[in-house]
Design a protein around this ligand. Structure first.
Ligand code: NAP
Length: 486
């Protein structure tokens, strides 16, 4: 079967991928490499890039070192540093997409509103009225695309922005800035605006666990050597991998690794926060790892600055000119920043996906999202999720998971070619897998606090319970017997 996805704006293709971020591009690259060129990627925004297009706040970068936060099939000898900024990561992703021929398959400004299984294929509808048809549907919309604004009573008269909607016209220099939240986004933003702003007030509900982020610039010598002998880049990648394994053991229950990582965090606080009272307020009281551990060199020093205040009283309301806390104090500001995270547990919430018998994914997931190997759902033939339920990692590069999902999906597409009938995961296989996930997760650190890893009922729906290497083993071979017989 050969379709030409480029000949019309809409039409029939073998595969439709939703989303052109790291996940969608990994899936497309793997399919193209395997010889499947009738692939269309529908992207709602006006450019590709996913979270690296959306997040442009000052200080935005990846806290996973670049040698590991890059595709294994596209190592980059030119990284400028170990933890490059968001624009460099975005440029890398766009370069990879372009050099592997993926960009030509992307339809920009095409927001998918619904996808319906029609007994033999998927019919995909978009906001601009186009309809696409495909044998296989791959939603790759990520988990961190929908910002959350907390419902705080009152109204602020000045500009207010979520970190993922930052724009360069916002008043920063010389302004009084209030930042709500102390997660991964805030710990990057605050040090970057402290010193530029007249004053930064940080509202902390829960002190996060932090670890050092030893950044270093990569010089011309390194660029030359890795450019000439790219295979050598496997060495720093392996080194970073080894550290993420220690971190993984620490978070998934390893006693020695846990004690080691907690000690490093304590030493960091001791060295970076001289004021004992402040140190007390930034000392975490939740178990390490129940929320994402944050890698940072400059968060604690920023909180120690005279032009930065840490407020730990609860927010009561917004006032026209600032934020009032429960002690009655109004903290005035000129700019209000919500570093308050994303609706990660509402997988695919904006798209109505209807499977066999008209059942929607939202109905199938009413008790929380789940998927066999994070990819397939009973009753939804030829649907393969990328970065789906229980495939997030708090300790290593999520790209590792995305690549292995892409490889699995290529096997499935190949299998479909031979078998000619749709692939639908058996309910009992998916149920058994989900039971295993939830049993393991119920004993994990993630049930010890509320975070974006858990839905409102408390079910951990985002995270993978083990080490990344286990996930790789589990998805290495697509098992035809996991799918309904023809
Ligand atoms: P987040 O981790 O969900 O943090 C949200 C913060 O807002 C938390 O500190 C939370 O406090 C606080 N908050 C929420 N509602 C509040 C309210 N009503 N009053 C006061 N505080 C409130 O969000 P994020 O920092 O944007 O990070 C989300 C994820 O994005 C990260 O976990 C990570 O996976 C990814 N990310 C990665 C990087 C990277 O370098 N790789 C950088 C940025 C983001 P509580 O803790 O008390 O809930």
């Amino acid at each position: 079967m050969s379709h030409d996805p480029l000949s019309t704006s809409a039409g029939r293709s073998r595969v439709v991928i939703i989303g052109a971020g790291f996940g969608g591009i990994a899936a497309a690259a793997a399919l193209l490499k395997a010889g499947y060129d009738d692939v269309v990627i529908l992207e709602r925004a006006e450019s590709i890039g996913g979270v690296w297009r959306d997040n442009t706040y000052p200080g935005c970068a990846c806290d996973v070192p670049a040698p590991l936060y890059s595709y294994s099939f596209a190592p980059n000898p030119a990284w400028s540093s170990r933890f490059p900024a968001h624009d460099e990561i975005l440029a890398y992703l766009r370069d990879v997409a372009s050099s592997l021929g993926v960009t030509a398959h992307v339809r920009l400004n095409t927001s998918v509103t619904a996808a319906t299984w029609t007994d033999s294929h998927w019919r995909v509808e978009t906001a601009n009225g186009d309809t696409y048809e495909a044998d296989v549907l791959i939603p790759a919309v990520g988990q961190l695309g929908t910002p959350v604004l907390p419902a705080i009573p009152g109204a602020f008269d000045g500009p207010a922005v979520h970190t993922a909607r930052w724009n360069n016209d916002l008043p920063v220099d010389g302004a009084r800035i209030a930042v709500i939240g102390t997660g991964a986004s805030a710990v990057q933003l605050v040090p970057a605006i402290a010193g530029r702003a007249a004053h930064v007030t940080v509202f902390q509900r829960t002190p996060p666990w932090t670890l050092p982020r030893p950044n270093r610039r990569y010089g011309a010598g390194r660029h030359l050597v890795y450019g000439r002998w790219p295979f050598l880049m496997a060495l720093p990648r392996a080194g970073v991998w080894a550290l993420t394994v220690v971190n993984g053991h620490a978070i998934t229950g390893g006693r020695l690794a846990g004690a080691f990582v907690r000690t490093v965090s304590r030493v960091q606080r001791r060295l970076q926060v001289r004021d004992a009272a402040l140190r007390d307020r930034v000392t975490p009281d939740e178990p390490m790892g129940c929320k994402r551990v944050l890698f940072t060199a400059d968060w604690l020093p920023a909180l120690s600055r005279p032009d930065v205040s840490l407020v730990t009283d609860k927010i009561l309301e917004l006032t026209t000119d600032g934020v009032r806390t429960t002690d009655g104090t109004v903290h005035p500001c000129d700019l209000l920043v919500y570093a308050t995270g994303f609706a990660a547990t509402d997988f695919l919430a904006g798209i109505r996906i209807s499977g066999r018998d008209g059942v929607t994914l939202a109905e199938e997931w009413r008790d929380g999202a789940y998927a066999h190997l994070g990819m397939t759902v009973p009753g939804f033939p030829n649907l393969f999720l990328v970065y789906g339920p229980n495939t997030n990692t708090g300790n290593t590069s999520v790209l590792y998971f995305l690549e292995h999902q892409a490889a699995y999906i290529v096997q499935a597409v190949r299998h479909l070619e031979d078998r000619k009938t749709p692939l639908t995961v058996c309910r009992k296989v998916a149920d058994a897998y989900d039971d295993e996930m939830q049993q393991r997760l119920s004993r994990s650190v993630w049930t010890s606090c509320q975070s974006w890893y858990r839905n409102t009922a408390g079910r951990v729906v985002t995270n993978w319970p083990g080490l990344a290497s286990e996930y790789r083993r589990r998805v290495a071979r697509m098992e035809p017997s996991d799918y309904e017989p023809t």
